[in-house]
Design a protein. Structure first.
Length: 442
């Protein structure tokens, strides 16, 4: 691919062209001035000769001068010769014997109707003007060349910071973490250097995030495959037994029930994995202003209809509590907290509360009267596929991992504590203006 002209060459060319335009305009003006001024000098010479003519030339001498014929008279004789002479151009340029001359007709004293043609040659003037024009042209060429050369030299100093910046950028290569180019000498180069530094910082950050995401995806895939391998192996064993062995009706029913339970477990695990993946893909544009009181109230009412044997209460401030978040993510946190309390803790009473601590954080707590979570497990149960000792067999081990992910995406934290009701308390703390954070490496 053909390379473009350098900035230095462009500046030199523009300087030469600019000088050429100015010099051509000045040269044209000078040429016109010389021509007009020369003609005026010849005319002034003719004026001087004309003024001196009547006093210096006697009538006898006049007869010796070339006398021009009078202009033709109109056939009817109505035109006077003197008037006819006045209508002609008394001063004019003519060609005599191949030489251009300036001519002026002067009336001869004592000779009625006779005129004498006074002439001044124009060749010396034309030659002088031509010499001056050649000198101006030579000076113009020299000036244009000088302008181009000066433009080249000065542009070299002007673009030197850009050249240094280009060399420093080439040295960075494929390592965005290399020292940033720091060029001084021209404001544009400094601005470009700072912009490139910011760009490289963003590239390095994106590269780190990509590497982290790839590592997380590899771990995620490995753990998911491990967790799904066990129920799938169990399902294959049950199907082989059904296909190869003669079983009683009771045995077939037992195996079929086990298959259904395993299928539900796989389905639950896949649903949890899908939700985790969606959380990883969450974007700041998904956030909106949410009235947490209204959202939790609706979620509690739906949970009360789902778990009819559980007493679920809700307490919140009378005013609205508005945060910036994802409604589906916040509902996911509350649904998982209530489901875990009922399914794994055996709770019969659940208290959901919204409050604010002295630091201004919004605190959402879910208390239950279930079996609780041992203190030694209150941190590890937030990891993926980790189940507490009291967890049911139908769990996927992803419920609290989803809660942790959503807390991080909303810029908050989550933890398990002892509940005043005797079971466990899940406490979600969110900043008042919760914005999109980064999902942790679950």
């Amino acid at each position: 691919m053909r390379r473009s002209l350098s900035l230095r060459a462009r500046v030199a060319i523009v300087s030469a062209l600019s000088a050429a335009v100015v010099i051509v305009a000045i040269g044209a003006a000078i040429a016109v001035f010389l021509r007009v001024n020369g003609s005026e000098q010849i005319d002034r010479t003719l004026d001087s000769v004309t003024l001196a003519f009547p006093a210096e030339l006697a009538p006898a001498d006049t007869a010796m001068a070339p006398v021009l014929p009078l202009p033709s008279v109109v056939a009817d004789g109505s035109t006077d010769p003197v008037e006819a002479l006045a209508t002609e151009d008394a001063t004019r340029t003519e060609l005599m014997a191949g030489t251009a001359v300036r001519v002026r007709d002067v009336a001869v004293p004592g000779e009625s109707g006779a005129v004498l043609a006074l002439t001044v040659p124009e060749d010396p003037l034309t030659q002088a003007i031509r010499q001056q024009q050649v000198a101006v042209a030579i000076a113009a060429v020299v000036a244009i060349a000088a302008a181009g050369g000066l433009g080249w030299l000065l542009a070299g100093r002007a673009v030197r910071p850009l050249r240094l910046l280009a060399n420093a950028t080439h040295e960075i290569g494929d390592d965005p973490g290399a020292p940033r180019p720091n060029v001084r000498g021209a404001r544009e180069a400094e601005d470009l250097s700072e912009a490139m530094g910011h760009m490289l910082d963003r590239i390095a950050m994106a590269q780190r995030r990509t590497e982290e995401a790839l590592g997380s995806a590899r771990d995620f895939a490995a753990v998911s495959a491990h967790e799904l391998r066990t129920p799938l192996t169990s399902m294959r064993t049950d199907l082989e037994v059904l296909a190869t062995m003669r079983l009683t009706g009771e045995q077939r029913t037992e195996i079929l029930d086990d298959l259904l339970d395993t299928q539900r477990q796989v389905e639950t695990t896949l649903t949890g994995l899908e939700r985790l993946a969606l959380g990883e893909l969450a974007d700041a544009s998904d956030h909106e202003d949410v009235d947490l009181v209204d959202l939790v109230d609706r979620c509690v009412q739906e949970s009360a209809r789902t778990h009819r044997d559980v007493d679920i209460d809700f307490a919140a401030p009378e005013r609205a509590v508005v945060i910036c978040g994802v409604p589906t993510g916040l509902r996911l946190v509350l649904d998982n907290a209530i489901t875990n309390a009922v399914r794994h803790g055996g709770a019969h009473r659940i208290q959901v509360t919204i409050g604010c601590d002295p630091g201004g954080e919004v605190v959402l707590t879910v208390d239950d009267d279930g079996s609780g979570v041992p203190e030694a497990e209150r941190v590890v149960v937030f990891d993926r596929f980790v189940r507490g000792r009291g967890a049911g067999a139908d769990g996927s081990g992803l419920g609290l991992a989803l809660v942790t992910q959503q807390a991080a995406l909303h810029g908050g934290t989550v933890e398990l504590e002892d509940s005043p009701l005797g079971g466990a308390r899940l406490a979600l703390r969110l900043p008042p203006g919760a914005e999109l954070g980064r999902s942790p490496e679950l």
